[in-house]
Design a binder for this molecule. Sequence first.
Ligand code: OXD
Length: 307
Amino acid sequence: MTLLILMPGKENSELLKALKTLNPNLDIRIWPEVGDVNDISFAIVWNHPKGELKNYPNLKVIASFGAGVDHIFKDPDLPKNIAITKLVDDSLSGQMCEYVAGVILNQRLRLTEYREYQAASVWAPKAFKSGNNVSLLGLGHIGKEVAEYLVQLNFKVSGWSQSKKDIKNVTTFYGQSALKQAVHDADYIVCLLPLTPKTENILNKSLFSMAKKGAYLINAGRGGQLNEDDLLDALSEEKLSGACLDVFKVEPLPKEHPFWCHPKIYITPHSASMTNIKKAASQFYDNYLNMKNGETLFHQIDPDREY
Ligand code: OXD
């Protein structure tokens, strides 16, 4: 039972070392040096070439190297009836808590604004920005932690998800028809949704028109959730006051993209929350053993929902 690391363009040596530390006898292949394709039963995957996964007749588990699995479902030739797992790790959610809080506090404390004043040697003290209502779109493992973190920081938090969720001190909404209620009063709209056919382009003109004038958008879900032209319009019409984007339709963000030099857009390079290799390796290894022993896998996703 061989494990395949299928992550073109990613540095694999640290993951290989971490897996070998857990079990020096593990048979691990690194794509494209796969050897006999019949050996492969467990694949660790990130942005694999489309169609590649159908080449392994004995593949039983596809394990995403990240919390998101949309990169797997992008493959039109994805073989059916193979378990797909995602990474669920407190360090992923912990980083996201700090990222979202950091971006909101940066806005609230006007730190970027002061940096601009500093460049012009302007002394212009102002009160913190008012408004502490945060609406979180996406209340999965990461979204829930972020909601709880923001509550601790005294933000008034509401959340929206596809299915019903209850989180202490968070007003929750679910289902398409409740989207307006979820965002209408928000000073900050934060998207942490998984990318699925239902959430593609969800950050669009219609949602921006439901929001309070001057709301600030943070997208750390997926670039495919944002209608980029609608965002540019919402910013120029001052419907939204600004946006901080960590994820993009095309990554790396192309050099000529208008977001790069937009004065109201803050860009981070898909760095809000990054996989911790040692923790990931031990989660992959545990699931490899579960697969081998015919036991239930951790963090298996529902292929019908795609998350
Ligand atoms: C993830 C990511 O899915 O980094 O974990 O985007």
